[in-house]
Write a protein that binds this ligand. Structure first.
Ligand code: ADP
Ligand code: MG
Length: 140
C-alpha cells in the first residue's frame, strides 16, 4: 500500500493534562510521521461542523461542549496505511474496550473525553485535512 495521509486531533482532555508530547510519541512509535500540526481552540460553529455527521446522536451537544472546552492539536499524519494504522494506535472509542498500549487505553478519561480523534476512511481523511489545513501547511 502506498503512503497515505490521515487527520488526527489531540483532544482537550489531553492538552489540559499537557500530554501532547506523550500522544505524539505513540503516533511516531507506531510508524506515523506528523507532517502538519497546529494548536487551536475550536469555536462552537466549527465543532458542530466538524462533527456534523453525529448531529442527531444523543451525545452531540455534550461532544461539542467538550471539544470547545480547551485547545486541541490538529494534525496530518503520514505513513503506510495511515488511516487504519492511526485507528489501531488510538484504540477503541470507549477506553474500557481499547487494547493495551493504545492512546485511548493509556490516556482517555471517558468515552467522550477520549484524548484522540482519527479519520475513519481515506475519503473522510481528505475532507477533514482540508477543513483544517491548506496544502502549503503540509510538509511530508
Ligand atoms: P471515533 O472517535 O472512535 O471515530 P465516533 O465517531 O463514534 O468514534 O464518535 C466521535 C466522538 O464522539 C468519540 O471519539 C467520542 O469523543 C464521542 N462519543 C462517541 N460515542 C459517545 C457516547 N456514547 N457518549 C459520549 N460521547 C461519545
Ligand atoms: Mg469517528
Amino acid at each position: 500500500m502506498a503512503l497515505e495521509r490521515t487527520f488526527s486531533i489531540i483532544k482537550p482532555d489531553a492538552t489540559r493534562r499537557n500530554l501532547t508530547g506523550k500522544v505524539n510519541a505513540l503516533l511516531e512509535a507506531g510508524g506515523l510521521r506528523i507532517v502538519a500540526q497546529k494548536r487551536l481552540r475550536l469555536s462552537t460553529a466549527q465543532a458542530e461542523a466538524f462533527y456534523g455527521v453525529h448531529k442527531d446522536r444523543p451525545f452531540f451537544r455534550s461532544l461539542v461542549d467538550f471539544m470547545t472546552s480547551g485547545p486541541i492539536v490538529a494534525q496530518v499524519l503520514e505513513g503506510e496505511n495511515a488511516v487504519a494504522r492511526n485507528r489501531e494506535i488510538m484504540g477503541a472509542t470507549n477506553p474500557a474496550n481499547a487494547a493495551e498500549g493504545t492512546i485511548r487505553k493509556v490516556f482517555a478519561e471517558s468515552i467522550e473525553a477520549n484524548s484522540a480523534h482519527g479519520s475513519d476512511s481515506a475519503e473522510n481523511a481528505a475532507i477533514e485535512i482540508a477543513f483544517f489545513f491548506s496544502g502549503i501547511d503540509i510538509v511530508g
